[in-house]
Write a protein that binds this ligand. Structure first.
Ligand SMILES: [Zn+2]
Ligand SMILES: [Zn+2]
Length: 151
C-alpha cells in the first residue's frame, strides 16, 4: 500500500538535481512529482500508482521520464515475476533494503534487514567473492514466498 504523505527530504531533491544535471537533464515538475511519489511510498509503485500521482500525464510520457530517471540512477526498475515493471527510488537515495516477492501474484514488499545481519552477510560475501577473484561491492537479495492473499 502506498503512503503518500511522507515528505521527501530536500537533500534527496538536491541529489536528484545533481544527478540529472550531470547528464544534461533538468529536474522538471513532473520528474519531481515522480520522485515525491516514489520517495513517499512504503513499497515499490506500479505505473498505475504513479499515474494517480501525476494526473493527466500520458502513460508514454510517464514511461519516458521514468527511463530518464533510471538512466540517471535516480529510479530503479524492478521486473516482477508476472512480467510487469514496478519502480522505486534507487538505494543511494533511500536506504539499503531487500524485497519480499510473492511467487504467485508478483506482489513486492520492501523489507529492511537488521544491521547486524547485514554486517554478517557482507563479511561472508566478501570472503566468497574473493575466492572467485571478485572484489565485493554490494549485494542484492530477494526473498521469495507467498503473500497473505496467495498462501
Ligand atoms: Zn501473492
Ligand atoms: Zn542487504
Amino acid at each position: 500500500m502506498a503512503r503518500s504523505s511522507v515528505v521527501v527530504a530536500s537533500d534527496v531533491h538536491d541529489a536528484v538535481t545533481e544527478q540529472l544535471r550531470s547528464r544534461q537533464q533538468r529536474y522538471t515538475a513532473l520528474r519531481r512529482k515522480l520522485v515525491e511519489a516514489l520517495g513517499g511510498a512504503k513499497d515499490p509503485l506500479t505505473i498505475n500508482d504513479l499515474q494517480r500521482s501525476a494526473k493527466g500525464v500520458a502513460l508514454s510520457s510517464l514511461y519516458r521520464n521514468l527511463t530518464i530517471l533510471e538512466e540517471c540512477a535516480v529510479v530503479s526498475r524492478i521486473m516482477t515475476s508476472n512480467g510487469s515493471a514496478i519502480f522505486e527510488l534507487s538505494e543511494s537515495l533511500s536506504e539499503h533494503h531487500h524485497h519480499l516477492v510473492c511467487a504467485r501474484c508478483g506482489l513486492v514488499r520492501d523489507i529492511v534487514v537488521p544491521e547486524s545481519i547485514e554486517h554478517g552477510l557482507d563479511k561472508q560475501l566478501v570472503k566468497l567473492a574473493r575466492k572467485e577473484g571478485f572484489t565485493f561491492q554490494h549485494h542484492q537479495l530477494d526473498v521469495i514466498g507467498l503473500c497473505g492473499k496467495c498462501s
